[in-house]
Design a protein around this ligand. Structure first.
Ligand code: PMP
Ligand code: GLU
Length: 397
């Protein structure tokens, strides 16, 4: 048969985070004794007030197409709230609502780069970034960061990388998935200044903005260097903060011209975002702070509990989570002892021997590591660590 798949499509692999999450859930449904700390999503139910707003939207017939960029009241409230949060002015027309932050990132990439342009991605990176760049014909330029700088980009490293050629865009994420690191103001501001000076566009993925832990504060690069606004797209959404991952609702704040093109692209590619989710998102953003904080506090408790046990395990290392809900743990000192060649094999063996599903670091460009999500109940977290410890004990080397 003639080859019918395009070479571009052949270059794209499924999302490992999504497929392993599905696999863990399938195994559990089949009654297998499996624990998965795979999910990059709050395990809490969507708060009642938000669900109620959605029921009301359905009841009052808000079930039709909306404007492609989203309904005016939602765009307005996002503009207002983020003008306050970011400390720089955004108007309704600078806001584009999409089917999740993932979709907003894709729209932004499509709008900001031409085929062949380089997009700088910091490793460990969220697994979808390089694939999304390839989907729009761009070239991912992976900058590998190490534990020596706390897995953070430094101004020196950025200058050094720019010496090798300028990317069109930096795709940036703080708090970060998978490392849960958060950039401090003094770390971020010089980076933002370099981007401004060099005219490099910025996509700032701030989807974990509300999930920071004690001692850490989220800053957007555009807050620290407001002149960067016109070359930046700031992205967030309701998935993580309000436990609304399945509602598919994210948004982008950009300059008027960029927002206009992003909306035009979306109008043809996917049409408007889900109407009901948009009405629910208004409720989340307007009245959801209390529920959001309740969940954040719970995540912080779990982070502490999980960290207190992890720190007792020999020969592993990890950055201390400042935000998000992941521990990204270097387990490479166990590879030889376990007879595995990398993170994928390590995770396969973990599943086979003790029924624990984690995400291999290879999915994030860091094969020495594995990702634990602590967006799970305390019993599951404890049981996962029991299994992890017993697995390591079975392979003393
Ligand atoms: N960015 C990062 C870093 C994420 O971890 C996720 C999680 N899916 C997203 C974006 C996408 O969020 P959403 O569910 O709103 O598409
Ligand atoms: N972002 C989450 C994760 O990393 C959800 C899955 C996905 O969209 O990749 O697990």
């Amino acid at each position: 048969m003639a080859e019918i798949i395009s070479s571009r499509a052949k270059d794209i692999e499924p999302s490992i985070t999504l497929s392993l999450n599905t696999k863990a859930n399938d195994l559990k449904e089949k009654g297998e004794d499996v624990i998965g700390l795979t999910a990059g999503e709050p395990d809490f139910d969507t708060p009642e007030i938000i669900k109620k707003a959605a029921y009301e939207a359905i009841g009052s017939g808000k079930t039709k197409y909306t404007p492609a960029a989203g309904i005016a009241p939602l765009r307005k409230i996002v503009a207002e709230v983020y003008t306050g949060r970011l400390g720089i002015p955004y108007e309704m027309r600078d806001v584009v609502i999409s089917h999740g932050a993932k979709h907003s990132i894709y729209n932004a990439l499509y709008t900001l780069i031409d085929p062949g342009d380089e997009v700088m991605i910091l490793s460990p990176y969220w697994t979808s970034y390089p694939e999304m760049v390839k989907l729009v014909g761009g070239v991912p330029r992976i900058v590998e960061l190490s534990g020596e700088t706390g897995y953070k980009l430094t101004p020196e490293r950025l200058e050094q990388e720019l010496g090798r050629g300028k990317p069109r865009v930096l795709l940036f994420n703080s708090p970060s998935n998978p490392s849960s690191i958060v950039y401090r103001r003094e770390e971020l501001e010089p980076i933002a200044r370099i981007l401004l000076k060099e005219g490099i566009s910025l996509i700032s993925d701030e989807i974990y903005e509300f999930l920071t832990f004690s001692g850490w504060e989220h800053f957007s690069p555009v807050t620290l260097v407001p002149e960067l606004k016109d070359q930046s797209v700031v992205i967030s959404g309701v998935s993580k903060g309000y436990a609304m991952t399945g509602w598919r609702l994210g948004f982008a704040l950009a300059s008027r011209e960029v927002a206009y093109r992003m909306a035009a692209f979306q109008a043809h590619a996917t049409g408007c975002p889900n109407s009901i989710s948009q009405w629910a998102a208004i409720e989340a953003i307007t009245n959801g702070a209390e529920d959001r904080e309740r969940m954040r506090v719970e995540f912080e408790k779990r982070k502490e509990m999980f960290g207190a046990r992890l720190e007792k395990i020999d020969s592993i290392s990890y950055p201390e989570p400042g935000g998000g809900f992941y521990y990204l743990v270097d387990v490479s000192s166990y590879y030889e002892k376990c007879g595995v060649g990398g993170s994928a094999e390590f995770c396969e063996k973990l599943l086979e021997e003790v029924g624990l599903v984690l995400i291999p670091g290879g999915a994030f460009g860091c094969d020495s590591m594995v990702r634990f999500s602590f967006a799970a109940g305390e019993d599951d977290l404890n049981s996962a660590l029991d299994r992890f410890e017993s697995f390591l004990a079975r392979h003393p080397g």
